[in-house]
Design a protein around this ligand. Structure first.
Ligand SMILES: *[C@@H]1O[C@H](CO)[C@@H](O)[C@H](O)[C@H]1NC(C)=O
Ligand SMILES: *[C@@H]1O[C@H](CO)[C@@H](O)[C@H](O)[C@H]1NC(C)=O
Ligand SMILES: *[C@@H]1O[C@H](CO)[C@@H](O)[C@H](O)[C@H]1NC(C)=O
Length: 358
Protein backbone atom coordinates (compact mmCIF):
# COMPACT_ATOMS: atom_id res chain seq x y z
CA UNK A 1 0.00 0.00 0.00
CA UNK A 2 2.67 2.39 1.12
CA UNK A 3 4.75 1.46 -1.89
CA UNK A 4 1.88 1.94 -4.33
CA UNK A 5 0.88 5.22 -2.68
CA UNK A 6 4.50 6.31 -2.92
CA UNK A 7 4.62 5.42 -6.58
CA UNK A 8 1.38 7.25 -7.35
CA UNK A 9 2.44 10.41 -5.61
CA UNK A 10 5.82 10.20 -7.33
CA UNK A 11 3.98 9.92 -10.64
CA UNK A 12 1.66 12.77 -9.71
CA UNK A 13 4.62 14.86 -8.66
CA UNK A 14 6.37 14.25 -11.96
CA UNK A 15 3.25 14.91 -13.94
CA UNK A 16 2.78 18.11 -12.01
CA UNK A 17 6.33 19.19 -12.75
CA UNK A 18 5.85 18.44 -16.40
CA UNK A 19 2.62 20.41 -16.63
CA UNK A 20 4.24 23.24 -14.69
CA UNK A 21 7.26 23.34 -16.95
CA UNK A 22 5.12 23.27 -20.02
CA UNK A 23 2.87 26.08 -18.79
CA UNK A 24 5.81 28.29 -17.88
CA UNK A 25 7.47 27.50 -21.19
CA UNK A 26 4.34 28.48 -23.08
CA UNK A 27 3.90 31.61 -20.99
CA UNK A 28 7.49 32.78 -21.39
CA UNK A 29 7.46 31.89 -25.04
CA UNK A 30 4.34 33.94 -25.46
CA UNK A 31 5.70 36.92 -23.58
CA UNK A 32 9.11 37.03 -25.23
CA UNK A 33 7.59 36.42 -28.63
CA UNK A 34 5.12 39.20 -28.24
CA UNK A 35 7.95 41.53 -27.20
CA UNK A 36 10.17 40.48 -30.02
CA UNK A 37 7.96 40.26 -33.01
CA UNK A 38 4.52 41.71 -32.60
CA UNK A 39 3.04 44.99 -31.53
CA UNK A 40 0.45 44.80 -28.72
CA UNK A 41 -3.02 43.69 -29.70
CA UNK A 42 -4.45 47.20 -29.78
CA UNK A 43 -1.83 48.36 -32.22
CA UNK A 44 -2.19 45.27 -34.36
CA UNK A 45 -5.88 45.88 -34.79
CA UNK A 46 -5.24 49.56 -35.34
CA UNK A 47 -2.82 48.62 -38.04
CA UNK A 48 -5.71 46.98 -39.77
CA UNK A 49 -7.40 50.35 -39.50
CA UNK A 50 -10.34 48.91 -37.59
CA UNK A 51 -10.23 51.33 -34.69
CA UNK A 52 -8.16 54.13 -36.11
CA UNK A 53 -11.13 56.04 -37.47
CA UNK A 54 -12.68 55.97 -33.98
CA UNK A 55 -9.94 58.32 -32.83
CA UNK A 56 -11.42 60.95 -35.04
CA UNK A 57 -14.74 60.74 -33.24
CA UNK A 58 -13.30 61.42 -29.78
CA UNK A 59 -13.11 65.11 -28.99
CA UNK A 60 -9.40 65.54 -29.34
CA UNK A 61 -9.13 69.26 -29.35
CA UNK A 62 -9.72 71.27 -26.27
CA UNK A 63 -12.65 73.05 -24.72
CA UNK A 64 -13.58 76.07 -26.81
CA UNK A 65 -11.78 79.16 -25.52
CA UNK A 66 -9.78 77.23 -22.93
CA UNK A 67 -6.55 77.13 -24.89
CA UNK A 68 -6.40 80.79 -25.80
CA UNK A 69 -2.62 81.11 -25.77
CA UNK A 70 -2.02 78.10 -28.00
CA UNK A 71 -4.94 79.04 -30.28
CA UNK A 72 -3.56 82.56 -30.71
CA UNK A 73 -0.11 81.19 -31.44
CA UNK A 74 -1.51 78.82 -34.04
CA UNK A 75 -2.77 81.83 -35.99
CA UNK A 76 0.50 83.73 -35.69
CA UNK A 77 2.91 80.88 -36.20
CA UNK A 78 1.41 78.72 -38.90
CA UNK A 79 3.30 75.48 -39.27
CA UNK A 80 3.17 73.22 -42.27
CA UNK A 81 4.32 69.73 -41.31
CA UNK A 82 5.43 67.33 -43.98
CA UNK A 83 6.13 63.72 -43.14
CA UNK A 84 8.71 61.66 -44.97
CA UNK A 85 7.10 58.27 -45.53
CA UNK A 86 6.72 55.53 -48.14
CA UNK A 87 4.02 53.23 -49.53
CA UNK A 88 4.94 50.38 -47.17
CA UNK A 89 4.78 52.56 -44.07
CA UNK A 90 1.31 54.04 -44.48
CA UNK A 91 -0.63 51.44 -42.51
CA UNK A 92 2.14 50.64 -40.04
CA UNK A 93 3.63 54.03 -39.17
CA UNK A 94 2.22 57.07 -40.97
CA UNK A 95 -1.37 56.37 -39.92
CA UNK A 96 -0.41 56.76 -36.26
CA UNK A 97 0.96 60.23 -36.98
CA UNK A 98 -2.14 61.08 -38.96
CA UNK A 99 -4.32 60.38 -35.90
CA UNK A 100 -2.00 61.85 -33.27
CA UNK A 101 0.35 64.84 -33.23
CA UNK A 102 0.05 65.97 -36.85
CA UNK A 103 -3.50 67.16 -36.07
CA UNK A 104 -1.91 70.11 -34.31
CA UNK A 105 -0.13 71.38 -37.43
CA UNK A 106 -1.83 74.08 -39.55
CA UNK A 107 -1.22 71.99 -42.68
CA UNK A 108 0.00 68.40 -42.87
CA UNK A 109 1.29 66.62 -45.95
CA UNK A 110 2.47 63.03 -46.19
CA UNK A 111 5.25 62.74 -48.77
CA UNK A 112 5.91 59.42 -50.48
CA UNK A 113 7.46 58.20 -53.70
CA UNK A 114 4.02 57.56 -55.17
CA UNK A 115 0.73 59.30 -54.55
CA UNK A 116 -2.13 57.59 -52.75
CA UNK A 117 -5.41 59.50 -52.92
CA UNK A 118 -7.10 57.59 -50.12
CA UNK A 119 -4.48 58.11 -47.39
CA UNK A 120 -3.70 60.69 -48.91
CA UNK A 121 -0.02 60.99 -49.83
CA UNK A 122 1.75 63.18 -52.32
CA UNK A 123 3.85 61.30 -54.87
CA UNK A 124 7.22 62.92 -55.34
CA UNK A 125 8.12 60.79 -58.36
CA UNK A 126 11.26 59.46 -56.68
CA UNK A 127 12.30 55.90 -55.94
CA UNK A 128 12.11 54.42 -52.44
CA UNK A 129 14.99 53.54 -50.14
CA UNK A 130 17.55 55.15 -47.87
CA UNK A 131 19.64 56.40 -50.79
CA UNK A 132 16.63 58.40 -51.97
CA UNK A 133 16.20 60.39 -48.78
CA UNK A 134 17.77 63.61 -50.03
CA UNK A 135 15.97 63.48 -53.39
CA UNK A 136 12.70 63.08 -51.50
CA UNK A 137 13.58 66.02 -49.26
CA UNK A 138 14.49 68.26 -52.21
CA UNK A 139 11.34 67.35 -54.13
CA UNK A 140 9.18 67.73 -51.03
CA UNK A 141 10.41 71.23 -50.23
CA UNK A 142 10.06 72.22 -53.90
CA UNK A 143 6.49 70.90 -53.90
CA UNK A 144 5.68 72.70 -50.65
CA UNK A 145 7.20 75.93 -51.96
CA UNK A 146 5.23 75.74 -55.18
CA UNK A 147 1.86 74.89 -53.65
CA UNK A 148 1.80 75.96 -50.01
CA UNK A 149 4.28 78.76 -49.45
CA UNK A 150 1.51 81.25 -48.61
CA UNK A 151 -0.35 78.93 -46.27
CA UNK A 152 2.30 78.72 -43.56
CA UNK A 153 5.15 80.67 -41.99
CA UNK A 154 7.33 77.74 -40.95
CA UNK A 155 7.95 74.44 -42.75
CA UNK A 156 8.66 71.40 -40.60
CA UNK A 157 9.99 68.06 -41.81
CA UNK A 158 9.60 64.93 -39.69
CA UNK A 159 10.07 61.20 -40.19
CA UNK A 160 7.20 58.76 -39.77
CA UNK A 161 8.64 57.71 -36.39
CA UNK A 162 9.07 61.21 -34.95
CA UNK A 163 6.77 62.50 -32.20
CA UNK A 164 6.27 66.27 -32.02
CA UNK A 165 4.58 68.63 -29.57
CA UNK A 166 3.55 71.25 -32.10
CA UNK A 167 2.52 73.87 -29.49
CA UNK A 168 6.05 73.81 -28.04
CA UNK A 169 7.49 74.22 -31.51
CA UNK A 170 5.31 77.33 -31.88
CA UNK A 171 6.51 78.67 -28.52
CA UNK A 172 10.18 78.25 -29.53
CA UNK A 173 9.52 79.91 -32.90
CA UNK A 174 7.54 82.79 -31.41
CA UNK A 175 10.85 84.51 -30.66
CA UNK A 176 11.57 84.86 -34.38
CA UNK A 177 9.95 85.98 -37.60
CA UNK A 178 9.69 83.79 -40.67
CA UNK A 179 11.33 86.39 -42.91
CA UNK A 180 14.61 85.73 -41.10
CA UNK A 181 16.83 83.12 -42.82
CA UNK A 182 16.74 80.58 -39.97
CA UNK A 183 16.28 76.91 -39.34
CA UNK A 184 16.08 74.89 -36.15
CA UNK A 185 16.36 71.28 -34.98
CA UNK A 186 18.68 69.01 -33.00
CA UNK A 187 22.02 70.63 -33.82
CA UNK A 188 24.97 68.42 -34.75
CA UNK A 189 28.44 69.92 -35.19
CA UNK A 190 30.64 68.01 -37.68
CA UNK A 191 31.05 68.54 -41.46
CA UNK A 192 29.66 72.10 -41.57
CA UNK A 193 30.92 75.30 -39.95
CA UNK A 194 27.65 76.09 -38.22
CA UNK A 195 26.72 72.43 -37.89
CA UNK A 196 23.50 70.92 -39.22
CA UNK A 197 20.19 69.61 -37.91
CA UNK A 198 19.71 65.89 -37.31
CA UNK A 199 17.08 64.41 -39.63
CA UNK A 200 15.24 62.09 -37.27
CA UNK A 201 14.41 64.68 -34.63
CA UNK A 202 12.86 66.82 -37.37
CA UNK A 203 13.84 70.33 -38.43
CA UNK A 204 11.95 73.48 -39.26
CA UNK A 205 12.71 76.09 -41.94
CA UNK A 206 11.46 79.66 -41.88
CA UNK A 207 9.68 80.83 -45.03
CA UNK A 208 12.86 82.72 -45.96
CA UNK A 209 14.96 79.57 -45.43
CA UNK A 210 12.55 77.62 -47.66
CA UNK A 211 12.81 80.30 -50.36
CA UNK A 212 16.59 80.12 -50.23
CA UNK A 213 16.69 76.31 -50.30
CA UNK A 214 14.56 76.23 -53.45
CA UNK A 215 16.58 79.09 -54.93
CA UNK A 216 19.79 77.20 -54.16
CA UNK A 217 18.66 74.30 -56.34
CA UNK A 218 17.26 76.55 -59.07
CA UNK A 219 20.57 78.35 -59.47
CA UNK A 220 22.76 75.28 -58.97
CA UNK A 221 24.46 76.62 -55.84
CA UNK A 222 23.09 73.54 -54.07
CA UNK A 223 23.26 70.10 -55.65
CA UNK A 224 22.34 66.55 -54.75
CA UNK A 225 25.82 65.62 -53.53
CA UNK A 226 25.03 62.84 -51.06
CA UNK A 227 22.04 60.83 -49.90
CA UNK A 228 22.79 61.81 -46.28
CA UNK A 229 19.78 64.09 -46.25
CA UNK A 230 20.23 66.03 -43.02
CA UNK A 231 23.92 66.84 -43.58
CA UNK A 232 23.38 67.74 -47.25
CA UNK A 233 20.51 70.05 -46.37
CA UNK A 234 22.67 71.67 -43.67
CA UNK A 235 25.46 72.30 -46.15
CA UNK A 236 23.02 73.89 -48.60
CA UNK A 237 21.59 76.06 -45.81
CA UNK A 238 25.09 77.26 -44.93
CA UNK A 239 25.86 78.13 -48.58
CA UNK A 240 22.60 80.04 -48.87
CA UNK A 241 23.27 82.07 -45.71
CA UNK A 242 20.57 80.40 -43.64
CA UNK A 243 21.52 80.46 -39.95
CA UNK A 244 21.47 77.30 -37.82
CA UNK A 245 19.48 78.42 -34.77
CA UNK A 246 19.70 77.45 -31.12
CA UNK A 247 16.48 75.71 -30.13
CA UNK A 248 17.30 75.16 -26.45
CA UNK A 249 14.94 76.60 -23.85
CA UNK A 250 15.73 79.51 -21.48
CA UNK A 251 17.44 77.05 -19.10
CA UNK A 252 19.58 75.65 -21.93
CA UNK A 253 17.76 72.34 -22.03
CA UNK A 254 17.37 70.72 -25.44
CA UNK A 255 13.98 70.63 -27.13
CA UNK A 256 14.66 68.41 -30.18
CA UNK A 257 15.71 64.84 -29.31
CA UNK A 258 17.17 62.25 -31.71
CA UNK A 259 16.13 59.30 -29.48
CA UNK A 260 12.98 58.29 -27.59
CA UNK A 261 12.35 59.84 -24.13
CA UNK A 262 13.62 56.76 -22.25
CA UNK A 263 17.08 56.97 -23.88
CA UNK A 264 17.56 60.57 -22.85
CA UNK A 265 15.89 60.35 -19.43
CA UNK A 266 17.16 57.03 -18.12
CA UNK A 267 19.72 55.81 -20.62
CA UNK A 268 23.47 56.16 -20.58
CA UNK A 269 25.31 56.80 -23.82
CA UNK A 270 28.48 54.70 -24.12
CA UNK A 271 31.72 56.75 -24.22
CA UNK A 272 32.55 55.42 -27.69
CA UNK A 273 29.07 56.25 -29.04
CA UNK A 274 29.22 58.59 -32.08
CA UNK A 275 26.69 60.86 -30.40
CA UNK A 276 29.30 62.44 -28.10
CA UNK A 277 31.31 63.86 -30.97
CA UNK A 278 28.21 64.95 -32.92
CA UNK A 279 26.21 67.08 -30.51
CA UNK A 280 26.76 70.82 -30.89
CA UNK A 281 25.74 71.56 -27.30
CA UNK A 282 26.88 69.62 -24.21
CA UNK A 283 24.99 66.35 -23.74
CA UNK A 284 22.98 66.10 -20.55
CA UNK A 285 21.90 62.61 -19.50
CA UNK A 286 19.08 62.03 -17.04
CA UNK A 287 16.23 64.23 -15.82
CA UNK A 288 17.74 67.51 -17.05
CA UNK A 289 18.17 66.07 -20.56
CA UNK A 290 15.02 67.51 -21.91
CA UNK A 291 13.10 70.74 -21.76
CA UNK A 292 9.71 70.74 -20.05
CA UNK A 293 8.64 72.29 -23.36
CA UNK A 294 10.29 69.54 -25.42
CA UNK A 295 9.46 69.62 -29.12
CA UNK A 296 10.41 66.25 -30.57
CA UNK A 297 11.58 62.69 -30.00
CA UNK A 298 12.73 60.17 -32.59
CA UNK A 299 12.40 56.36 -32.96
CA UNK A 300 8.93 56.53 -31.45
CA UNK A 301 6.99 53.38 -32.29
CA UNK A 302 3.19 53.45 -32.73
CA UNK A 303 2.49 52.32 -29.16
CA UNK A 304 4.65 55.05 -27.68
CA UNK A 305 3.18 57.57 -30.09
CA UNK A 306 -0.31 57.07 -28.69
CA UNK A 307 1.05 56.96 -25.13
CA UNK A 308 2.85 60.27 -25.62
CA UNK A 309 -0.27 61.82 -27.11
CA UNK A 310 -2.13 60.82 -23.93
CA UNK A 311 0.65 61.93 -21.56
CA UNK A 312 1.13 65.25 -23.33
CA UNK A 313 -2.47 66.28 -24.01
CA UNK A 314 -4.68 64.47 -21.53
CA UNK A 315 -3.04 63.00 -18.44
CA UNK A 316 -2.29 65.64 -15.81
CA UNK A 317 -2.06 65.92 -12.06
CA UNK A 318 -5.21 67.59 -10.71
CA UNK A 319 -4.65 71.14 -9.48
CA UNK A 320 -0.94 71.13 -10.22
CA UNK A 321 1.06 74.15 -11.40
CA UNK A 322 3.82 73.28 -13.83
CA UNK A 323 7.33 74.17 -12.66
CA UNK A 324 8.54 75.75 -15.91
CA UNK A 325 6.46 78.71 -17.04
CA UNK A 326 8.57 80.87 -19.35
CA UNK A 327 7.07 84.07 -20.67
CA UNK A 328 6.10 84.34 -24.28
CA UNK A 329 8.99 86.21 -25.94
CA UNK A 330 8.29 89.89 -26.38
CA UNK A 331 8.66 89.57 -30.15
CA UNK A 332 5.62 87.25 -30.24
CA UNK A 333 3.34 90.20 -29.52
CA UNK A 334 4.31 91.81 -32.83
CA UNK A 335 3.66 88.80 -35.06
CA UNK A 336 0.81 89.27 -37.55
CA UNK A 337 -2.32 87.19 -37.00
CA UNK A 338 -3.63 85.05 -39.82
CA UNK A 339 -7.25 84.05 -40.10
CA UNK A 340 -8.01 80.63 -38.83
CA UNK A 341 -7.70 78.10 -41.61
CA UNK A 342 -9.01 74.60 -41.69
CA UNK A 343 -6.33 72.40 -40.31
CA UNK A 344 -4.39 69.22 -40.75
CA UNK A 345 -6.07 66.26 -42.34
CA UNK A 346 -8.73 68.38 -43.99
CA UNK A 347 -5.98 69.84 -46.13
CA UNK A 348 -4.98 67.24 -48.63
CA UNK A 349 -3.20 66.83 -51.87
CA UNK A 350 -6.56 67.55 -53.45
CA UNK A 351 -6.30 71.13 -52.23
CA UNK A 352 -3.52 71.84 -54.64
CA UNK A 353 -5.77 73.88 -56.94
CA UNK A 354 -6.97 76.05 -54.09
CA UNK A 355 -3.64 77.67 -53.40
CA UNK A 356 -4.28 80.27 -56.07
CA UNK A 357 -7.62 81.35 -54.57
CA UNK A 358 -5.91 81.92 -51.20
C1 LIG B 1 -3.28 53.66 -50.14
O1 LIG B 1 -3.17 53.71 -48.75
C2 LIG B 1 -3.99 52.79 -48.04
C3 LIG B 1 -3.76 53.04 -46.58
O2 LIG B 1 -4.38 54.23 -46.20
C4 LIG B 1 -3.63 51.37 -48.43
O3 LIG B 1 -4.47 50.46 -47.76
C5 LIG B 1 -3.78 51.22 -49.92
O4 LIG B 1 -3.37 49.94 -50.32
C6 LIG B 1 -2.95 52.27 -50.67
N1 LIG B 1 -3.21 52.23 -52.08
C7 LIG B 1 -2.24 52.10 -52.97
C8 LIG B 1 -2.67 52.11 -54.41
O5 LIG B 1 -1.08 51.98 -52.67
C1 LIG C 1 15.30 84.81 -28.60
O1 LIG C 1 16.20 85.13 -29.64
C2 LIG C 1 17.38 85.80 -29.25
C3 LIG C 1 18.18 86.05 -30.50
O2 LIG C 1 17.43 86.80 -31.43
C4 LIG C 1 18.15 84.96 -28.27
O3 LIG C 1 19.28 85.66 -27.79
C5 LIG C 1 17.26 84.56 -27.08
O4 LIG C 1 17.93 83.67 -26.23
C6 LIG C 1 15.99 83.91 -27.59
N1 LIG C 1 15.07 83.63 -26.51
C7 LIG C 1 14.50 82.42 -26.35
C8 LIG C 1 13.53 82.32 -25.24
O5 LIG C 1 14.74 81.49 -27.07
C1 LIG D 1 -10.58 72.30 -57.53
O1 LIG D 1 -11.37 73.20 -56.75
C2 LIG D 1 -12.73 73.28 -57.11
C3 LIG D 1 -13.42 74.28 -56.21
O2 LIG D 1 -12.56 74.96 -55.38
C4 LIG D 1 -13.39 71.91 -57.03
O3 LIG D 1 -14.74 72.00 -57.46
C5 LIG D 1 -12.63 70.92 -57.88
O4 LIG D 1 -13.19 69.63 -57.72
C6 LIG D 1 -11.16 70.89 -57.45
N1 LIG D 1 -10.39 69.99 -58.30
C7 LIG D 1 -9.64 69.04 -57.82
C8 LIG D 1 -8.89 68.21 -58.78
O5 LIG D 1 -9.54 68.83 -56.61
Amino acid sequence: MAVIFGKTSWLAFNLGMLVGFFTIFLLLNNITNSFRTEAPLAIRSWEKNKHMALLQKFPHSHQPGSSKVSNDLSQKIRILCWIMTGPNNLNTKAIHLKYSWTRHCNVVLFMSSTSNDSFPTIGLGTKEGRDQLYWKTIRAFQYVHKNYVDQADWFFKADDDTYVVVENLRWMLSNYTSDQPLYFGKRFKPFAKQGYMSGGAGYVLSKEALNRFVEGFRTGVCKHTTSVEDLALGQCMEKMGVIAGDSRDTEKRETFHPFPPESHLTGHFDKSFWYWSYCFYPIVEGPQCCSDLAISFHYVDPTLMHMLEYYVYHLRPYGYNYRYQPELPEAAGRLPVHNKKKTTTEVTAMDKNKTSSQ
